[in-house]
Design a binder for this molecule. Structure first.
Ligand SMILES: C[S@@+](CC[C@H](N)C(=O)[O-])C[C@H]1O[C@@H](n2cnc3c(N)ncnc32)[C@H](O)[C@@H]1O
Length: 379
């Protein structure tokens, strides 16, 4: 069984690990010594790997059945392993070696020197080298913090930033301060929705359409609901701008009454929910913060597929040092609005099980909690 390596972008590797797990549910995701490298154990097809990298916000590349070298060994050992690897996995067409550096420069190891030696093996094996537009790239990640090199045929661009992370919500025709950062929106959509074929994605409170745009752009069946007609109109403008032919549906209505709003063809087919609720009272002003979340979670359950996941984003007080992993299950967080204990019991009361939570910095006086929950089996 092949053992691939995922190379993660540096923004939030703990969230990126969760994203890779969600997009490749057949794989067991094992963290390596480095925070930005994970091993994927399990049977994965190349098309599954390609889809995951194309959708992902936090994964820069997957390295097919990668060789992992650590700096207790001599680099000549690594080159020998690569020689055998290239004989085991021949490719047709032109090739290039693509070095990627994580966490600075690795002491005593020259990526250029390694790339040259591997390039020499490739030439001897009859490959033509094309640095500009190769048919295949051999990804070589040098991780200075862990003293690890991972190398294998590459799926994905390997870029630190990509089309998602370089986009800004402020570029869109309809922007509000509540608009989510596209890379977080994409990541949340992926953690909630998993692989494309799993089912449809519903943004329960769309606002300017941050989640809807990412779900639609990643090729998912997408729905978005908002109570405010101005938001629905603005989100539609953003969608037409980002993806003119999109089939995503923006629906005016109350997310506490989903069965009345969602087209009947989508009932029981929504498997990915994303929720970024308003900060204070809701627009109707009739429910307080945790009551609103409770009613929405209950309503989501009524239109959910039997296997469904949800990602909720909540503002929190600043957290101190950003942990490299998900929070411990009993870690307390200070929400900006309401109490964590109330939110926690709301999930249990509405038939959702909290899986994992992460925190993120927004600015000096604001953080974010990102929560992943799974629907509990129906009685
Ligand atoms: C924080 S904003 C969402 C921001 C969004 N993620 C974005 O990228 O622009 C919350 C949205 O929830 C909407 N809202 C409030 N109560 C609602 C309800 N009961 N049903 C549906 N939408 C509601 C508000 O109109 C507001 O647009």
């Amino acid at each position: 069984m092949a053992s691939h390596v995922a190379s993660l972008r540096g923004w939030h590797p703990a969230l990126a690990r969760a994203e890779v797990s969600a997009l490749l549910p057949n794989a067991q995701v094992i963290r390596l010594a480095s925070r930005r490298l994970v091993r994927l154990e399990g049977d994965l097809s190349l098309s599954q790997m390609q889809e995951a990298v194309d959708c992902a916000s936090g994964c820069q590349a997957l390295l097919f059945d990668a060789i992992v070298w650590n700096n207790e060994e001599d680099t000549s050992n690594f080159i020998e392993q690569m020689r055998t690897y290239l004989e085991t996995y021949p490719r047709s067409g032109s090739v290039a070696v693509r070095p990627m550096k994580h966490e600075g420069k690795m002491a005593g190891v020259s990526s250029r020197d390694l790339a040259r030696k591997i390039g020499g093996i490739l030439s001897l094996q009859g490959y033509s080298i094309d640095l500009e537009a190769p048919t295949h790239r051999l990804g070589m990640v040098l991780d200075a913090s862990a003293g690890v090199i991972a190398c294998g045929w590459m799926v994905g661009s390997g870029d630190d930033s990509d089309g998602i992370t370089s986009r800004r919500a402020t570029d869109r025709p309809f922007f509000k301060p509540v608009s989510l950062d596209p890379r977080l929106a994409r990541l949340a959509v992926n953690v909630a929705s998993g692989p494309r074929e799993k089912g449809a994605t519903l943004d329960l409170m769309t606002g300017t359409g941050g989640f809807v745009l990412e779900a639609a752009l990643s090729g998912r069946e997408t729905y978005g609901v908002d109570l405010d007609p101005l938001m629905i109109e603005g989100a539609q403008q953003n969608l037409d701008w980002a993806m003119p032919a999109s089939k995503a549906q923006l629906l005016l209505g109350d997310a506490t009454r989903l069965p009345e709003i969602i087209p009947s063809s989508a009932h029981n087919r929504i498997s990915g929910f994303v929720l970024d609720p308003p900060y204070g009272r809701n627009s109707q002003g009739s429910l307080d913060h945790s009551e609103l979340i409770q009613s929405v979670l209950q309503s989501a359950r009524e239109v959910a597929a039997s296997a469904a996941d949800l990602v909720l984003i909540l503002p929190i007080h600043p957290f101190g040092e950003l942990p490299d992993e998900a929070l411990e299950s009993n870690a307390s967080v200070e929400l900006l609005h309401g109490e964590w204990d109330d939110i926690q019991s709301t999930f249990t009361a509405t038939g959702w099980r909290i899986n994992q939570r992460w925190v993120e910095h927004v600015h000096a006086s604001l953080g974010r909690l990102i929560l992943h929950a799974t629907i509990a089996p129906q009685d």
